[in-house]
Design a protein around this ligand. Structure first.
Ligand code: IPE
Ligand code: IPE
Ligand code: MG
Length: 246
């Protein structure tokens, strides 16, 4: 039986987040330039978006480019930005056909105008789609997001719109870029790295973490379903005892 067939419908995560890692190593293994790996990685994005839609996942967040990734060689950054625009263009019809709504988190002020424009345009054009919400984390980092939230809460206090006593988890959450998005139940990272690389630190406080050695360009639909299967076999206790859960 395939992992897909084994999935329990009632226990699907609403939100899956993915750190798509390993494009560079995948290309290097084949003696190719890193960008070749990124291009292959786009094919995986296509497959995984489809895979998530097929089983009725509501939110899929993909870490596409971190704040720290701006420190890569200019050539690679430029190629990645170009790839982003061409991918949004080439995938647009598929998004519409599959009823996918595109959203982004991250500091879009930092991305080149052309990229910024294309993204805003696509977010707008897909805003009435009612299927999967695909969230691209672009120029995103958790510390950037948290510091920004703190600043904005500070302004609101200065304007007397909120009181220090009002600050709690719920209020803080409203100041994050993910305020309209439930926390991911499952976080997947490919490529055998066991770290979070500044991704959704607040939001994954109680997420289940899944690490796989597969590099992103070789990650298949069945690998995605395997991760969800693994998730479904875990006991989520949220601080309680196992007896309290059952
Ligand atoms: C992930 O693949 C994609 C981005 C960070 C844009 P990498 O480019 O990090 O690939 P590796 O980790 O060098 O193999
Ligand atoms: C994390 O991958 C960011 C993305 C997948 C976009 P990196 O490859 O940049 O992470 P580190 O630097 O190895 O931790
Ligand atoms: Mg990497």
């Amino acid at each position: 039986m395939s992992f897909k067939e084994k999935l329990i419908k009632e226990k699907l995560p609403k939100h899956v987040a993915v750190i798509m890692d390993g494009n560079g190593r995948w290309a290097k293994k084949r003696g190719k330039a890193r960008i070749f790996g990124h291009k292959k990685g786009v094919e995986t994005v296509h497959k995984i978006v489809e895979a998530a839609g097929e089983i009725g996942i509501e939110y899929l967040t993909l870490y596409a480019f971190s704040t720290e990734n701006w420190n890569r060689p200019k050539d690679e950054v430029d190629s990645l930005m170009m790839l982003l625009v061409s991918t949004i263009k080439s995938e647009f019809n598929t998004l519409i056909k599959n009823n996918v709504r595109l959203l982004t988190i991250g500091n879009l002020d930092d991305v080149p105008k052309k990229v910024n424009k294309k993204i805003i345009e696509t977010v707008e054009k897909t805003k009435n789609n009612t299927g999967l919400k695909l969230i691209i984390a672009l120029s995103y980092s958790s510390r950037w997001e948290i510091v920004n939230a703190v600043k904005n809460i500070g302004y609101q206090i200065q304007q007397n719109n909120i009181m220090i006593e009002d600050i709690n988890n719920e209020l803080f959450n409203k100041f994050l870029t993910t305020s309209q998005i439930p926390d991911p139940e499952l976080l997947i990272r490919t490529s055998g790295e066991y770290r979070l690389s500044n991704f959704l630190l607040w939001q994954i406080a109680y997420s289940e973490l899944y690490f796989t050695k597969k590099l992103w360009p070789e990650f298949e639909k069945e690998d995605f379903y395997e991760a969800i299967n693994n998730f479904q076999n875990r006991e989520r206790r949220f601080g309680k005892t196992s007896e309290q859960i059952h």
